[in-house]
Design a protein around this ligand. Structure first.
Ligand code: ASP
Ligand code: MG
Length: 417
């Protein structure tokens, strides 16, 4: 079996869906599991819907109807007749979404979030499945929530590998083409869970691991993994080969091209991961596999934006000791704050953290009771792997550097932007 993952950008409009069909025709539609994300920016649109819902904002119904229209317009461009079953699927899921919002009593944001965002993937996969059938590509649609078994950590659910493997093996047979959703799963009580934003790559890896797949291909609008985001950095080059370890490092530092959790299951079974262009499916792209470092060996640039640099020292100017740190890390965990960089001195401790769950203000308030706290919001973290002086000069030029840290292979800068 092979696992193909198509992200939101690949199915953002009717041409995109038609192109996915072209890729499948070219690559052969047997022996494959296709994992497909929500179309275009649908997940963001659903996040907005959730916020409107909690705010009891009257724009909620408009936002829902805009989302429906977006999908309708794709269908109108794909199918000749409105009698096509794809329309029924779309209506069905949009109705389910509204029924949930009507009936829900839970004030638990994360739980509600997962019950709503899943519709992006459920709709996109149904529409893609229907379209492929209409052009003669036989396939079976699977509701991934019956396959990916997780705990109930909504928005960041942990996979139960054993149960997931049993279910996947029971539902997926070699020889056919299966289409399923990325990013979603379900907990013990059959409530929908999600694996974290951009989690569809991870889903592809879960399928590959459970099926002992030959390889995974992630189809993107870029030629493969570049040594930097071309929207941020000039003169980027394509990396032909990357070792698992190096790819894990790059993902850890924030290279958004591969989701950090995706690589570990693949590495364990040495399943190669290809990152390829859905515009040029014949091109080799990038292979992440058992290899040495990267080829070609060039500096790799990564930037994470909108972080918070937090510096703490004891109120009485005493030393900053292990006990303080373990207390602080327990708090980071409690407030779901991810730490990107740590630097400590005798009397102070600085961390660059993300604020994905928007808990930072609460945490800062809490910390102020015990520590002297200073912070900068909206900072960026630049990382260069395999740096040289030229690469450093490129980043340091015209920037206000708040903090700098060097290790053997990596240099990082926290920048005020
Ligand atoms: N649709 C989800 C997101 O945009 C999952 C994914 O695309 O990987 O985060
Ligand atoms: Mg996406």
């Amino acid at each position: 079996m092979q696992v193909f993952k198509f992200g939101g950008a690949s199915v953002k409009d009717a041409e995109g869906v038609q192109n996915v069909a072209r890729v499948m025709q070219l690559m052969g539609a047997e022996n494959k599991v296709m994992v497909v994300s929500a179309m275009g920016k649908t997940t963001n649109a659903l996040e907005h819907i959730i916020d409107l819902y909690f705010a009891k904002d009257k724009m909620l119904h408009q936002a829902i109807s805009d989302l429906k229209d977006y999908h309708y317009s794709i269908l109108n461009n794909l199918f000749e007749t409105k009698a096509h079953p794809a329309y029924t699927k779309l209506n069905y899921f949009m109705d389910e979404l509204e029924v949930f919002l009507d009936r829900n009593k839970s004030p638990n944001y994360d739980y509600v979030y997962d019950q709503i965002v899943c519709f992006g993937e459920l709709i996109s996969t149904s529409l893609v499945s229907q379209y492929l059938k209409s052009v003669g590509i036989k396939n079976t649609w699977l509701d991934c929530r019956n396959l990916i078994d997780t705990d109930d950590t909504y928005r960041d659910a942990k996979v139960n590998w054993k149960r997931t493997q049993t279910k996947i093996k029971a539902h997926v047979d070699a020889g056919e083409l299966f289409i399923t959703q990325g990013f979603i799963g379900s907990d013990e009580n059959n409530f929908t869970t999600t694996l974290g934003r951009e989690g569809s790559d991870y889903t592809a890896a879960i399928f590959a691991y459970c099926l002992d797949a030959e390889n995974v291909s992630i189809w993107k609008d870029v030629p493969g993994v570049l040594n930097g985001d071309p929207n941020v950095f000039k003169d980027t080059v394509l990396l032909n080969k990357i070792s698992y370890e190096e790819a894990i490092e790059l993902a850890f530092y924030g290279a958004s091209v591969i989701h950090p959790k995706t690589l570990q299951p693949l590495q364990q079974k040495e399943i190669p991961l290809f990152v390829k262009s859905f515009y040029n499916p014949e091109n080799a792209g990038t292979a992440v596999q058992r290899a040495s470092l990267i080829e070609p060996l060039v500096p790799c640039y990564i930037v994470k934006k909108n972080l918070v640099l937090l510096s703490l020292s004891a109120l009485d100017f005493s030393f900053f000791v292990e006990e303080n740190m373990s207390e602080i890390f327990a708090l980071f965990h409690k407030y779901q704050i991810k730490v990107d960089l740590i630097q400590n001195s005798a009397i102070s401790f600085s961390v660059c953290v993300d604020n994905k769950f928007k808990n930072i203000d609460k945490l800062i308030e809490f910390l102020k009771a015990k520590f002297k706290v200073t912070y900068n919001k909206g900072v960026s973290l630049y990382t260069i792997r395999h740096f040289d002086q030229d690469a450093i000069d490129r980043i340091e030029k015209d920037k206000e550097i708040l903090l700098k840290q060097t290790t053997r292979e990596t240099i990082q800068f926290v920048v005020n932007e």
